[in-house]
Structure formats: structure tokens, C-alpha cells
Ligand binder design. Structure first.
Ligand SMILES: Nc1ncnc2c1ncn2[C@@H]1O[C@H](COP(=O)(O)OP(=O)(O)OP(=O)(O)O)[C@@H](O)[C@H]1O
Length: 643
């Protein structure tokens, strides 16, 4: 019934064996054929034993096993959907495991599950063991090159890699060595011709997609992590670049026993030859797991031999891709529907001897004396990280026109507008309302414009998220770096427009009054900037961020006590708590006090005194809280000090 005809075929110089199999319809026939094959030419068991040996000798590398791994997501319409369905496999030091499958088959999900990075809307079951223990990947033991290239677009390639080296490599390493490591890694990734090119992003074109991919890889391999996850590292690369990049990753100090797991779409036969093991997925199920070199034979044994001169990996994916199947009614011209082909392969794999071998190997690895993962990588000190992040962020803010420069230009324009509309207010009764309006505009709408920098915040947050997850640095270092670097820019955009508006309008004379005004504006800017950062860390994209940020600020401006005076604010919600939460309330009252205290205005109201003083205006017109001075100290305390 079954006829095996070993035939030689050549793919770009490689000699591979395939078999013509006709009419194997039942899984038992396939199983028998597989078992016969497993015992004869290239014996899978032997091959696996040899590779396992390699793995076991791999010193203190990382063994990763996963058994009956399921990942499900909640689906509003269908209840829940399984993305991965009972996957079993392993990855060992000194080996490269390739995860392949059609688009949407679950490759990234498998990588995320193994790296412990599944989203909160997913549920995972099954065992994932690291060095035979259920443990989290220790900070800094692994690196993950994600599918998206989240990089700081204003930096050049050299700067991006070198800053990253300074952040990740230990303080004990001399600066020259760090520089050398960065340069060497850049060369390894073939980026030497674009070292001084800016990465570029949505605003300005810089590197090509493939070059960005290589920069992302460069940054993650700088520290030579023991466990490396790569999600489609070769997307956007031509076949030669793919080969060089993959071969450099595969041979990265392999004496140290690095465990490499990569998802990949279209490996050339040369790239494919670099893989030790292959995990082939279709709709979250394993079609094949085992030595990459034996996959061709597995397909052939099941009746789907790779045609001569065709790249085996292309053949595998073509055989199991059902996304483009013809409609059943149109007929399949005698071909089996892909769903059926996939089922044949999955059933054959699950009933094969090699699947039992994989399970045995997983069990064998699990029985090893497992070592707890320790933080093997020593990092730059916290202080160095803060300094490097401050420097890097300053460079980014300086070069990114949208971060502060555009805002400065708009603020100056608005300040000139304010200065001309409110030019030389004088000290008439009407100037009371004009002064109040000017102050409100400055404290509300100028700070509101911080929203203009939101796209840049979001890009910053994405880079931070990637680097934090990969253990480059922690949240505190990022916050310190970002705050320190934004300090001079925020001071600039408070002082310059503030001075223009203040002096053109002729607000209360005295340098101390101007300083107070500018400092309150600066404090508001810092506050809004931090608020925007919080929003950027919560919302998924910048459009939602802008809407959320604008909404929050709009609420606070409304409840700040100007558009409706404090005593008139409806008690639930607006008076308690919005009025007290809104930073505008404190800014308005501080600026009112700074402006009106010490001034006297003529009174136009009939029946009242001839003049009214600042205190009266604050109490009766603005309804400011007079128990506090403009610096926040209680009046009694101030009096006490004075006495
Ligand atoms: N968090 C999630 N919530 C809902 N569905 C998800 C989630 N993560 C993945 N999926 C779905 O699971 C399937 C597999 O996704 P995954 O990203 O793992 O595929 P992939 O094989 O990496 O695809 P590609 O090669 O196109 O990147 C897809 O249909 C995807 O929509």
C-alpha cells in the first residue's frame, strides 16, 4: 500500500532526502510508516539524543520546557477562543528553535507565553518550566526582540546602541569596552554604513524597515542574554541580510550556551539550516515539533513531499496555509482541502514515535536538578542609569520638534496675542476682570496645550515599556531621567511666554511678583506633563490619550472655581471632590493673590466705598480662600512669625 522512494533533491546547494508516498489515508498507515522510518534512515531518536547531549553539556544555560500549553482569550461573541491548544516542546542551551506557521497561527502568542508576557485578557494553562522549575524569568536573564520596532526615532544608530550599552552593561566595564561592544554589535548586524543616520519615524524618514529591525536586535543582544526571544527578526530584510543576521544570532558566543527561540515567516534554505529544532503551528496546534532537518521527511512520509527545487520551509507553509483555500463549491481540482491536510499531519504527528520522543525529552529535562534563575546580568548602577536616561531624553527632546519647540512657538504666539489683547491694563475698575481673565487663560489654556506633546510622550512610553520588560532599567530611573531632562524645557516655555504676557499686559509691578507668576506657571506645566505621562501609560494609543487628557483637564478647569465661583459649585462632584482635586484651583488662587494683594482700584459700584483693595476683591469677587497666603502658609502662622 505504501511505497517509499527516497529521491535526492537539491535546494541552493543543500542535499536533502524526500520520499514519494502515494495513497496513505489512515493514520495507522502513516504511524506505521513513521515508526519504520524512525528506526531506519536518519533516525530521529538518535538525532534527538545527540542534540539533547549537546544541550545537557551547555553549562549554566537555560532549559525551557512547555507541556500541554493552552492559551485562551475571552471572546464576546463566542465565549472563549483557544489561541494555543495543548502545545508541548522544549528549547535548550546552544540551540535555535524556530517557530513557524501561517499568519495568525499563534507564533507570537507562544513566544509571549514562554516569555511570561501574555496580555491580561488571556488565560494560560499547562506547565512552562525554566530549568525544571516553575519560576519567573529573573530580571535581566532574557531578552525579547518584539515584532514592532520601538526605538527613539531622533537618535542615530550609534547613539541608540551606545546609550543602550551604557544602560545595560555593568559599571565595572570600562567606557571604552562598552563603546567597543556597541561598535562590534553594530558591525555584526551590518549597520556600519548607517551608524550616523537617524532612526526616523512618523515625522521624518530615516532608516529602512529592515535596518530598524537590525537596530532592535542590536540593542537586545548587546548583553549576550542567556535566553533570547525573537519575533520575526528577519521581516523587512532581504534574503542575504536575513541569512547574515540569523547566522550571527545563532553563533552568538554559543560556547556559553545561549537558548534562542525565534518565530520566522520565510526562511531561505540557508537560514533554515541554522535551526536545530522546528515547531510548526497551524491554528494554535502543533503540526510538527522536532529536528528541523527531519521536517522535510515528516511531510514526505505523510504524502506531502517537497517538490524538487522548492524551499522546504515554503513548502511547509504552503501545505498548511488554509487562509486562501478555494470555496468548497468551486471545487479543489482533486486536491484535498487544506483543513483535511492539516488534520492528517496533526494526527500523524500526535501518533508518531517522534512525538513520544519529544515528550520523553521534555520529561527528561524536567527531571534534571533545576537551578533557580538568578539575576546573572549585572547592570549599570542606578545613578548611571539616571544620568544616561537624562542625557538620552534631553537629546531626544532637543531634536524632536514636536516635544517642546513647537509648543514654545505656539506659546509665544499666544502670549503675544494675550499681550496685545490685554495691553497695558492700567488700574481702572474694568482691569479687575481683565486681570482675572488673563490669569485664568494662562493657568488653564497655556497648560492645557501640554497635550500637543502627547504623540512624543506615547513614543517615549513605548520605548520605556520595551526596555523595562527587557530589564534595561526600572521605573524610578525612567521617571527621574524624564523629569530632569524636561526641567529646562518646561522652564523655558514658562518663562518666555510668561514674561511676554506679563509685561505687555502690565500685571502687578515687581520682579518678585513676576517670579511667582512664572513659577506657578512652571509648576502647572510640570503637573500637566506628569498627568499626560500617566495617561500615556494607561491608554493604548495617542488618539485616545489626547481625548482622555483633554477630557480630564477640561473637567478640572470647569471645577477650578472660575467659570462657576466656588460657593456656587454644585456640592456633590463639582465642589467635592473636583474643586479640591483640580490643580487649577490652587494655581488660580495663588496667581490671584500674587496679582491683587497690595493693589487698590477705584470702585464704580454705586453706594460702595470710593476704592476697593485687593483683599476685598479676593474675598468678595473671586471667593478665594484667605486663610492662606500665596505661598500656602496659614495667615495666623504668618502673623505669628511676623510678631
Ligand atoms: N490578546 C489577544 N486577544 C485576542 N486575540 C488575540 C490576542 N492575542 C492573539 N490573538 C489572536 O490569536 C491569533 C494568533 O495571534 P498571533 O499574534 O500569535 O499570531 P502569529 O502567528 O504571530 O501571526 P503573525 O505571523 O501574523 O504575526 C490571531 O488570530 C490573533 O488575533
Amino acid at each position: 500500500m505504501t511505497s517509499l522512494h527516497p529521491t535526492k533533491q537539491t535546494h541552493t546547494g543543500d542535499t536533502e532526502q524526500s520520499f514519494n508516498i502515494r495513497s496513505m489515508h489512515t493514520s495507522s498507515e502513516i504511524r506505521n510508516a513513521l515508526e519504520v522510518e524512525t528506526m531506519s534512515v536518519p533516525n530521529l531518536r538518535e538525532m534527538n539524543a545527540v542534540t539533547l547531549q549537546t544541550g545537557l553539556n551547555a553549562g549554566d544555560g537555560i532549559f525551557l520546557t512547555w507541556e500541554d500549553l493552552w492559551v485562551t482569550v475571552a471572546d464576546k461573541r463566542r465565549g472563549s477562543r483557544s489561541i494555543l491548544q495543548g502545545i508541548t516542546g522544549y528549547a535548550r542551551p546552544g540551540e535555535v528553535l524556530a517557530i513557524m506557521g501561517p499568519s495568525g497561527s499563534g507564533k507570537s502568542t507562544l513566544l509571549d507565553a514562554l516569555a511570561g508576557r501574555l496580555g491580561s485578557n488571556t488565560r494560560q494553562s499547562g506547565d512552562i518550566l525554566i530549568n525544571s522549575r516553575k519560576q519567573a524569568l529573573a530580571y535581566g536573564t532574557s531578552a525579547y526582540v518584539t515584532q514592532d520596532d520601538t526605538l527613539i526615532t531622533t537618535l542615530t544608530v550609534r547613539e541608540a546602541v551606545y546609550y543602550s550599552a551604557q544602560l545595560q552593561l555593568p559599571n565595572s566595564m570600562p567606557k571604552s569596552d562598552k563603546k567597543q561592544r556597541a561598535e562590534m554589535t553594530i558591525r555584526e548586524m551590518g549597520l556600519q554604513d548607517c551608524v550616523n543616520t537617524r532612526i526616523g519615524g512618523w515625522g521624518a524618514k530615516g532608516l529602512s524597515g529592515g535596518q530598524k529591525r537590525r537596530v532592535s536586535i542590536c540593542i537586545e543582544i548587546l548583553t549576550r542574554p542567556k535566553l533570547l526571544f525573537l519575533d520575526e527578526p528577519t521581516s523587512g530584510l532581504d534574503s542575504a541580510a536575513s541569512y547574515y543576521v540569523m547566522s550571527r544570532i545563532a553563533h552568538l558566543d554559543q560556547r556559553e550556551g545561549r537558548t534562542i527561540i525565534t518565530s520566522i515567516h520565510q526562511p531561505s534554505s540557508e537560514v533554515f539550516a541554522l535551526f536545530h529544532n522546528l515547531c510548526l503551528l497551524s491554528s494554535g496546534r502543533t503540526v510538527y515539533f522536532g529536528p528541523a532537518s527531519a521536517a522535510n521527511e515528516f511531510f514526505a512520509l505523510n504524502g506531502f513531499p517537497c517538490p524538487t527545487l522548492q524551499n522546504p520551509s515554503d513548502h511547509f507553509l504552503k501545505t498548511i496555509n488554509k487562509d486562501f483555500d478555494l470555496d468548497i463549491e468551486e471545487g479543489l481540482a482533486g486536491k484535498k482541502p487544506t483543513e483535511e491536510v492539516i488534520n492528517i499531519l496533526i494526527n500523524s504527528y500526535e501518533s508518531s514515535q517522534s512525538y513520544q520522543e519529544i515528550k520523553k525529552q521534555v520529561a527528561g529535562i524536567c527531571k534534571r536538578e533545576g537551578e533557580a534563575l538568578e539575576k546573572t546580568r549585572s547592570h549599570a548602577s542606578f545613578l548611571t542609569q539616571c544620568l544616561v536616561l537624562t542625557r538620552r531624553s534631553s537629546v531626544n527632546m532637543y531634536r524632536d520638534l514636536g516635544y517642546y519647540w513647537l509648543r514654545l512657538a505656539i506659546y509665544v504666539t499666544l502670549a503675544l496675542g494675550l499681550g496685545t489683547i490685554f495691553y497695558d491694563l492700567g488700574s481702572s475698575y474694568g482691569s479687575i476682570q481683565a486681570r482675572g481673565s488673563l490669569i485664568i487663560f494662562v493657568a488653564s489654556f497655556l497648560t492645557f496645550m501640554a497635550i500637543g506633546g502627547f504623540p512624543s510622550f506615547v513614543e517615549d512610553m513605548k520605548v520605556y515599556e520595551r526596555e523595562r520588560l527587557n530589564g534595561h532599567y526600572g521605573t524610578t530611573a525612567f521617571v527621574i531621567g524624564n523629569t530632569l531632562s524636561s526641567f529646562p524645557y518646561l522652564l523655558l516655555i514658562s518663562l518666555v511666554p510668561g514674561a511676554i504676557a506679563y509685561y505687555l499686559a502690565g500685571l502687578q509691578r515687581g520682579f518678585d511678583h513676576f517670579c511667582y507668576f512664572a513659577l506657578v506657571l512652571f509648576a502647572c506645566m510640570m503637573l500637566v506633563e506628569s498627568l499626560m505621562m500617566i495617561v500615556a501609560s494607561i491608554v493604548p494609543n495617542f488618539l485616545m490619550g489626547i481625548i482622555t487628557g483633554a477630557g480630564l483637564q477640561g473637567l478640572m478647569i470647569l471645577g477650578g472655581g472660575f467659570f462657576r465661583l466656588p460657593n456656587d459649585l454644585p456640592k456633590p462632584f463639582w465642589r467635592y471632590p473636583v474643586y479640591y482635586i483640580a490643580f487649577h484651583k490652587y494655581a488660580y488662587q495663588g496667581m490671584y493673590k500674587n496679582e491683587f494683594e497690595g493693589l487698590t482700584f477705584p470702585n464704580n459700584q454705586a453706594g460702595g466705598p470710593a476704592t476697593i483693595d485687593g483683599e476685598y476683591i479676593l474675598r468678595e469677587i473671586m471667593q478665594a480662600e484667605l486663610g492662606y497666603s500665596k505661598f500656602g502658609e496659614t495667615k495666623q502662622a504668618a502673623n505669628f512669625v511676623r510678631v
